[in-house]
Design a protein around this ligand. Sequence first.
Ligand SMILES: [Zn+2]
Length: 150
Amino acid sequence: MSTLEEKLRSYEDFELAFVLHYKGMEYTENTRKKIAQEILSRGLTENDVNSLIAEKLDNNIPAGETKKCPRCTSDKIVTDKEYINPMSNNLDDIDSTEPRYKDVYFCGVCGFNMSKGMPEKEFALLTKVIVVIAILIGMSLIITLVFSWI
Ligand SMILES: [Zn+2]
């Protein structure tokens, strides 16, 4: 068994779902295939994957948390050093006499950059679907009204 397969096997079901959904397109076809194989071997359907994601997106992990990902709730957090460019336009970054590196935290599963904070709480997938349906219904009502006036 390759190291990749071992790593995927150590992931929980929801972590596999997030890897595929958020990072899938960044990986090679071979890696994507192995992720999909692991998901299938656990008997997870596309519906299961979608509901695992929706369920986890609806979490209450506060921004600024460094032990768990605020997006997918995984605790597989990667710490890295990021070079601060002295020509940076971010004034917070350049007001420092320290070495020009700062700690950054990434989610090792979904790739979320925790150092940038949580911009806006993401809508759960279900909410997105409801919004899209509401817009479609609204548009068809408007079209019906416009045609009834002609
Ligand atoms: Zn994550």
